[in-house]
Every structure is written in C-alpha cells, then in structure tokens.
Design a protein around this ligand. Structure first.
Ligand code: BG6
Length: 470
C-alpha cells in the first residue's frame, strides 16, 4: 500500500505567459506579462510602458506551447501525468479586458488544449490568473488598484466557468496572491511611484483581488457545484535565525503578512491582527458594504501553494543575504543553495504542509516545487539532471512524511515547469525546471525542439509507483 491516496494528482505545472508564446495570435491582446523584458540573475527585468521596439520580451514566443501543445501533452501522458496545471491567458479571451463579447478563437484554443489532456486521462487544473492582466485594463484603470477590475475579472470567470464546466474541475483564482505585496509589477502589472504610499497601494489592490476571488468562488459553485475552487499562495517557510526571542518574533511577523491572505480566503474575513496591522500602518482600505458578505460566502475548497526554498528572519539589520523566490533572505548556514541562490530545504516543505494544515484543516495541493538549474547536453546527446532528481526525490520524501507521519491531507503534486519555460523572476531560458528540455537560449535562439532529460524516466517511475519508487 502506498502512503499517498490512490487518486493522488501527480502532474506538472506551467503558466500561459511563460510557455504559450503566440502573444498576438488569433486576436489575443497584450498582457502585462508581454511588457516585461528579459533579464538575468544580475540584471533585473524591466516593465516597459507597452511594447517598446528593439526590446527582448521572452513571453512573445516563449516555448511556443500554443502551437506545440499536442507534442508536449503526449510527453506528459508518457510520464503518466494524472493532471496538468496551466493558466488561461485572460487577454486571449478578452483582448482588452472589458469587451462585451469574448474572443472565440481564444476560447477554442483552451477547448482544444483541455480535450487533448482529457484524451489521455489528464485532468486540467486551471489557474484563472497567473501573473498577467490585460494591458488594456492596466492602461484604463491601473489594474488591481481599481475596483473596476472585479467586474471584468468576474466576467472572465463566468465565461470560462461556463465554457469549460464539463472539462475542468480544479480551479485556482489567482497564482500566488500574496506576491502582490512583494512584487506588484509581476503579480498584477502595478507600477508604484516613488511618491506613493507603497503599502496603501498594494493592500488596496490585494483587497480588490480578495473580493474578486471570493466572488469568483461563489459564482463558480453556482455554475457547477462540483467545482473545486482553491486559493494559491507562495508559502515562504521562515526560521528565526536564533532562539533570541526577537528573532522568533521577526519570524512570526515575516509569515503573518502572508497568512493575511490565506486567512481571508479560507476563513472569509480579515483577522484582528490584519486589521490592527492596517491601523498601525495608516492603511485605509476602501471597502464596499457588500465586501464582508462576499468574503464570507466565497471561501475556498482547498489550498494550493508553491514551495521552493525556506527563509531566515532576524531582528538584526546587517546580514549576509541570498536569493529566493520573490524574497531575498538571510543565508542559512545549514543549507546549500541553487545557482540562483535559492536554498534547498526539503524539510521546509514538510513544515509548510504541517503549518498550513494545522492552521486551516483544508486539503492541500502542492502546485509548484522544483529546482531551476543549468542543464548540459552531453556528447552522447543525453541530459543527466541528477541534481534535479535529487531535489525532487528529497521533497517528495518529506511530502510523504507529512502525509504518512503527520496526517496532512494532500491531494496532489505538480512540479513547476514540467517542460522548460521562461523564468518569471529573471526572464531567462537558462534557468530550467523541466523533465523535458526545450532547445532555446537566453537570447531567444534555438530550434524549440523538445528532448527528454534523465528526470523524465525517473518521474515516470515515481508516478507509476504512486511515489513509492523514488
Ligand atoms: C513561482 C511562480 O513564484 O515561481 C512561477 O508562480 C515562477 O510563475 C516560479 O516561474 C519559479 O520562479 P522563477 O523565477 O525561477 O521562474
């Protein structure tokens, strides 16, 4: 008997703007993600004012999944995927974001994509909004700064819920909703001026997103009561640097601003602590009278989260820093780090699972996890990505301990970038996560041909044994 439930959702995850390309094909409008240039680990990506001639925008072609999805899904099926997490590009469906009618060609693309998955028994798991906003809405109302976004988002949701109701059961309203406070440009295409109050802008945008998310959950359930609609957060396991009480207090505070989001999405209201945080920081949220009811009615069915690395909190200011997913953190002397400086901490995943389950007792879904690394093609044409296998193996072991030893309820695991794609953080192709290699470099050159890495057969074996043969 295996530790994981028989219908455990093994699969992989991507996002539309990081893989589809075809950024203006078949009536698609420009999204905020189409205006973010390529960068590197040392050179930040730039969010330009619209598309500027001569700049390199990696989302424009990405890995051309839009035209090659059949080949890619056949490879996912060969690995035995039970599910495939992707997002729907909002501006493929509503090119400017506020049209009266959706773009039929965009809708047809996702019909075809989901049919192709279902043909192999792969369940689509859909993120409704993964780090992109129609650029038309950025221009018209400043994206999620404005409440006007709520109605546009709900119209998008209604369109896709109705259209795909017989094909998609698992939905997530926003990718890493808590990242709005760390990286508003990436999360929502919001630029914040130097003279603006950063917290005021991001928490107001967050509130608008939380209300939209809750209303989407209620709407989805009214369209199809069998839908499972979840939230999705970046989970940043934090350790206090020492047992100094002030380090532990910092650690608590570091995670509190993330729980602010899950508390609302799971419990249907802001915690007293969150309200006190707003008061202390002079944040005045514009809330409509109906918002409290909407939040209460639209609580989620499950918690999806990403986990890549852990972080360290200290009450002292001067520290040796390292990178991490969306957050830079203090170096942890007990852990190794990836080439991009992200710590590798499998036990941190077990802790994340326990913390979330203890707090909420809702089913959990690990919808992103993985190692971004440089892959080398050997003289014999193979790609021996043992480092990736080692990373995933250790994380799966800890995930199984959380289920088997700690009693956490876990429904699935979808490693990030199951096929190489554009990095969100740096815009690079060189930072690869996939079981499938895509021939393309940081400058955008390459045949786009696909090739299995050693991890491909390893993951196939893991799925076939329901996680027993690691
Ligand atoms: C998550 C995002 O934060 O991390 C993904 O949801 C992203 O979109 C992933 O790609 C990995 O980050 P990066 O910067 O290595 O692409």
């Amino acid at each position: 008997m295996s530790t994981l439930q028989n219908n455990f959702l093994w699969g992989g995850a991507v996002a539309a703007n990081q893989c589809e390309g075809a950024y203006c094909a078949d009536g698609k409008g420009i999204s905020s993600a189409d205006c973010i240039t390529a960068g590197t680990v040392d050179k930040a990506r730039v969010y330009t004012d619209g598309i500027v001639a001569g700049e390199n925008y990696p989302s424009h072609e990405a890995i051309d999944f839009y035209h090659r999805y059949k080949e890619d899904i056949a490879m996912f099926a060969e690995m035995g995927f039970k599910c495939f997490r992707t997002s729907i590009s909002w501006s493929r469906i509503f090119p400017l974001g506020d049209e009266a009618e959706p773009n039929e060609k965009g809708l047809q693309f996702y019909d075809d994509l989901f049919d192709e998955c279902l043909k192999y028994g792969i369940q689509p798991v859909v993120t409704i909004s993964h780090y992109e906003t129609p650029y038309g809405l950025v221009q018209k109302c400043g994206s999620w700064r404005s409440r006007k976004m709520i109605d546009c988002y709900l119209k998008f949701c209604e369109t896709i819920f109705k259209r795909y109701q017989s094909k998609v059961k698992y939905w997530m309203t926003f990718n890493e909703i808590n990242v709005i406070i760390l990286h508003p440009v990436m999360a929502a295409g919001i630029r914040i001026g130097k003279d603006e109050n950063y917290n005021q802008v991001v928490y107001q945008a967050a509130h608008n997103m939380l209300v939209a998310s809750a209303k989407a959950v209620s709407l989805g359930h009214s369209i199809n009561p069998d839908f499972k609609i979840g939230m999705m957060m970046l989970y940043p396991t934090f350790y206090g640097e020492t047992c100094h009480p002030l380090d532990q207090l910092k650690c608590m505070e570091a995670i509190d601003c993330h729980y602010l989001f899950s508390d609302v999405q799971v419990r249907g209201e802001y915690s007293r602590k969150a309200l006190s945080f707003f008061r202390r920081n002079g944040i005045h949220l514009e809330m409509a009278t109906e918002d409290a009811l909407a939040l209460k009615d639209g609580t989620v069915d499950y918690i999806g989260f990403s986990y890549y690395n852990s972080n360290v909190a200290s009450h002292q200011m001067e520290k040796d820093m390292t990178g991490g997913n969306m957050l830079n953190a203090i170096k942890n002397p007990y852990l190794k780090a990836s080439d991009w400086g992200w710590t590798v901490d499998p036990v941190g995943l077990r802790i994340a699972l326990n913390n979330l389950y203890d707090r909420y007792q809702l089913p959990l879904f690990i919808v992103e996890n993985g190692l971004g690394a440089v892959d080398k093609i050997e003289a014999d044409g193979t790609i021996q990505d043992d480092y990736r296998i080692a990373y995933l193996r250790e994380h799966i072991k800890q995930m199984k301990l959380a289920v088997g030893e700690d009693g956490v309820e876990l429904i699935g695991y979808t490693p990030w970038g199951c096929i190489d794609l554009v990095s969100a953080g740096t815009g690079e192709m060189k930072k690869r996560y996939g079981f499938i290699y895509v021939d393309k470099d940081n400058e955008g050159k390459g045949s786009l041909n696909r090739k299995k890495k050693a991890s491909f057969d390893w993951y196939k074996k893991v799925i076939a044994s329901n996680g027993e043969d690691l």
